[in-house]
Design a protein around this ligand. Structure first.
Ligand SMILES: Nc1ncnc2c1ncn2[C@@H]1O[C@H](COP(=O)(O)OP(=O)(O)OP(=O)(O)O)[C@@H](O)[C@H]1O
Ligand SMILES: [Mg+2]
Length: 343
C-alpha cells in the first residue's frame, strides 16, 4: 500500500487524491480469460469451455499467486455474463465449509432456480479447496452428481493430492505451473507503464528473482518498493524483500570457484551479522548458483549437490555459522587441484 509516512517523504506524491490507493494485485487482476498471463495451454482449454458453454467440473491446482482464483472468476464471468451474481456461489477458506455447509448451503444453492443464459449452468466456486476437511469433501461427492445437470463445480487448490480421489475422478484437472520470468517481467512492465513507475532493469530483475514465478508477490513487492522509495532499483527491492543480497552471494560463489576461502567466509560472516538465518542464506546460495550462467555445468552440479546437503542439515536443526563455513570450505575444495590436498 502507498503510505505517506514522514520517514519516506518521496511517497507523498504517490498517494492519490482520495489518499487511498488500491493494492495493485487487485487493481490489475485480469477480468477476461485473455488477460491471464502464462500457462497458455491450460488457459486455452478454459477459453474453449467458455465458448462451448458446457463447463465440466474442474480443479485448478498449482503454486500460490499464479492465477488460479483469477482464472475461475474469469471463466465464470465469460460463461454467465450479467447473471454472474445470481449464478455463482463462492466459498473460500475464510468461510465455514464443513459438512453442514455442503449439506445445506451448497445443496440449497443447487436446488435454487435462477435464469441463466441458455445452455449455461450455475457455478459453485470452492477456492482453497485443499483446506476442506475430508468429511466435507465426502459430503460433496453425491451432491456433485445429483445436481450436475444444473450446477457445476470449480475448485482451486495448491495441492491436488489433498482433494480426495472420488472428487478428482469427477473433475477435469488443470495444473498451473510457475510463471516464467519473461511472463512476469512483461506484466510488471505493463503495470509500471500504467502507474508511471520509475525503474531500471536491474530493479525488475530483482523483483523477478525474489518472486520466483509468483505474480502476486512480484506485483506486491513492486508496489511496496515504489511507494516506499519512489524508485525501483535492485537495492531498493532487496531492502523491501529483505533477503540476502544476491550480488554479495554471487561474489561469494565466485570466491569459492577461485578457491579463495577467506573472501568467501568474509561474505558469509557479513550476511550472518546482518541477521539472516542459515536457511535464508542457503536458499539464496542455491538460487544464485542455479542462475549463474558463467559457472561450468560440472561445477554447477557439484555446487548444487553440496548446497543441497547443507540445506538438509540446516533443516535438521544445525543452522549454525559453522555449518555454513563447512559448506564454503567444501565448495572451495572443489576448485583446488587434488594434488594440493594430499598432505
Ligand atoms: N497469470 C496471471 N496473470 C495476470 N495476473 C496474475 C496472474 N496470476 C496472478 N496474478 C496477479 O496476482 C493476483 C493473485 O492471483 P490469484 O488470486 O489468481 O492467485 P492464486 O493462484 O489463486 O493463488 P492462491 O493459491 O494463493 O490462492 C491477481 O490479483 C493478479 O493481480
Ligand atoms: Mg486463490
Amino acid at each position: 500500500m502507498a503510505s505517506s509516512s514522514a520517514a519516506v517523504p518521496v511517497t507523498a506524491k504517490h498517494s492519490d487524491a482520495e489518499g487511498y490507493e488500491m493494492p495493485w494485485v487487485e487493481k490489475y487482476r485480469p477480468i477476461l480469460l485473455g488477460d491471464i498471463v502464462g500457462n497458455s495451454d491450460t488457459v486455452d482449454r478454459l477459453k474453449v469451455i467458455a465458448e462451448d458453454g458446457n463447463m465440466p467440473h474442474i480443479i485448478i491446482s498449482g503454486l500460490p499467486g499464479i492465477g488460479k482464483t483469477t482464472s475461475i472468476h474469469c471463466l465464470a464471468h465469460a460463461l454467465l455474463g450479467s447473471a454472474y451474481r445470481e449464478g455463482v456461489l463462492e466459498l473460500n477458506a475464510s468461510d465455514e465449509r464443513g459438512i453442514d455447509v455442503v449439506r445445506n448451503k451448497i445443496k440449497s444453492f443447487a436446488q435454487r432456480k435462477v435464469t441463466l443464459p441458455p445452455g449455461r449452468h450455475k457455478i459453485v466456486i470452492l477456492d482453497e479447496a485443499d483446506s476442506m476437511t475430508a468429511g466435507a469433501q465426502q459430503a460433496l461427492r453425491r451432491t456433485m452428481e445429483i445436481y450436475s445437470n444444473t450446477t457445476r463445480f470449480a475448485l482451486a487448490c495448491n495441492m491436488s493430492n489433498k482433494i480426495i480421489e472420488p472428487i478428482q475422478s469427477r473433475c477435469a484437472i488443470l495444473r498451473y505451473s510457475k510463471l516464467r520470468d519473461a511472463e512476469v517481467l512483461k506484466r510488471l512492465e505493463e503495470i509500471c507503464a500504467a502507474e508511471k513507475v520509475e525503474y531500471n532493469d536491474q530493479g525488475l530483475q530483482a523483483l523477478i528473482f525474489t518472486a520466483e514465478g509468483d505474480m502476486r508477490q512480484a506485483i506486491n513487492n513492486l508496489q511496496s518498493t515504489w511507494s516506499g522509495f519512489g524508485f525501483v532499483s535492485q537495492d531498493n527491492v532487496f531492502k523491501i524483500c529483505d533477503q540476502p543480497h544476491p550480488v554479495q552471494v554471487r561474489k561469494m560463489i565466485k570466491s569459492c570457484q577461485a578457491g579463495d576461502i577467506n573472501a568467501a567466509l568474509e561474505v558469509i560472516n557479513k550476511l550472518w551479522d546482518q541477521g539472516y538465518s542459515a536457511v535464508d542464506i542457503v536458499v539464496t546460495v542455491f538460487r544464485v548458483v542455479k542462475g549463474l550462467d558463467d559457472l561450468p555445468e560440472y561445477t554447477k552440479l557439484e555446487f548444487i549437490r553440496e548446497v543441497g546437503w547443507t540445506h538438509m542439515r540446516v533443516l535438521e536443526g544445525v543452522g549454525t555459522i559453522v555449518q555454513l563455513g563447512g559448506m564454503i570450505a567444501r565448495l572451495c575444495r572443489m576448485s583446488i587441484p587434488p594434488e594440493m590436498l594430499k598432505l
